[in-house]
Design a binder for this molecule. Sequence first.
Ligand code: LLP
Length: 413
Amino acid sequence: MFQYLQGQLYCEQVDLKTLAAQHGTPAYVYSKNAILERWHEYQRALCSIPNRVCYAVKANSNLAVLATLARAGAGFDIVSGGELFRVLKAGGDPASVVFSGVGKTANEISFALERGIHSFNCESEAEIALISQIASASGLKASIALRVNPDVNAKTHPYISTGLREHKFGVDINAAEDIYRRAALLPGITAEGVSCHIGSQLLELDPLLEAADKTLALVARLREGGLPIRFLDLGGGLGVKYRPNERNASIADFAARLRPKLESLNLTLMLEPGRSIVAEAGILLTQVLLIKRNGQKTFVIVDGAMNDLLRPALYQAHHEVTPVIEMPAETMTADVVGPVCETGDFFARDRRLPALQPGDLIALRTAGAYGFVLSSNYNSRPRPCELLIDGRRVFVARSRETFDDLMRGESLP
Ligand code: LLP
């Protein structure tokens, strides 16, 4: 959805140069139809498997993005009361919401119960007891799944790998049966699901399929023990191509390899994809302020910074740098950095780039997931606007923050 037309980069039918002139930079730009395409890819791939796909709100929680997915029939995976509030505002159906996360507060649990969410993915026995207590006090029964830790190596960045025994997430799969047995005696819950999530940005399917095998074996043991397990939630995690030569597993392959495992099990497959739905649909549009040379090094200083897009600083993540006006081949090696007072404030290091000049616009690609949601006001920088493109139409999904926004809620003593 981002491509050159006569030497200019477009998002759908909108040219990014005009967009920058009208809305300023830095700006997040999302292609609505790219998001929908990925959503439909999940739907097509899973059509012969009973399924419920719950988009992981944490990846991009803009209301317009959520509303786009809600209208397409998506369910939602949330990890906080704030995310549930957003989903409801965006018109999402609470009955298709799963509540994940390792530390839910009593208030968040009550809010979710009142709104009638589908289920809670529980990460400890103490949490199950708390949900049971809150639900039974209101005469309700909450549907729960236990998030188990299948102890598989997701082979991804250590900060976003979650499926090993030493991680804080889930409970050891070997302890799960005892927990389910005790949970079955509690008045306020029905334990009818098994869930897991082994990590994010997984480029290979094998770890995901290994987790599926291990959790399916648990489902079989629990059913033998008389528990009415109805759904298996395999979490999110499918990776995307941040580099042109990277190979990622397709949604269709994932579904094709899962299908035989699930046949005639009478089990609903749940998935919680975030990144694979929105990452490639977004860019951060930023403008070159100046070029600076220090010794051997060249720095391209842009108006976006680590407070706008944290992934390079936090995970040494790679985002392609694409000039908005098509330029001849790369002729310089430079760091692309922002104005924030931190050496970690970089978007690219020692990158081969075309001969960028002050005033040039660049797109940092694959920034639709974990981009704006991780942004902050560090250095008192107003956060960028978010623009949702649909064909020729530009929708301001979030306006650029003002200096007044920076101080909202503060007061002088
Ligand atoms: N379900 C659970 C329980 C999760 O913890 C996550 C992501 C997802 C689903 C969605 O995973 P996805 O399909 O997006 O891989 N900020 C990091 C990624 C953190 C992922 C956290 N959990 C990044 O920018 O790479």
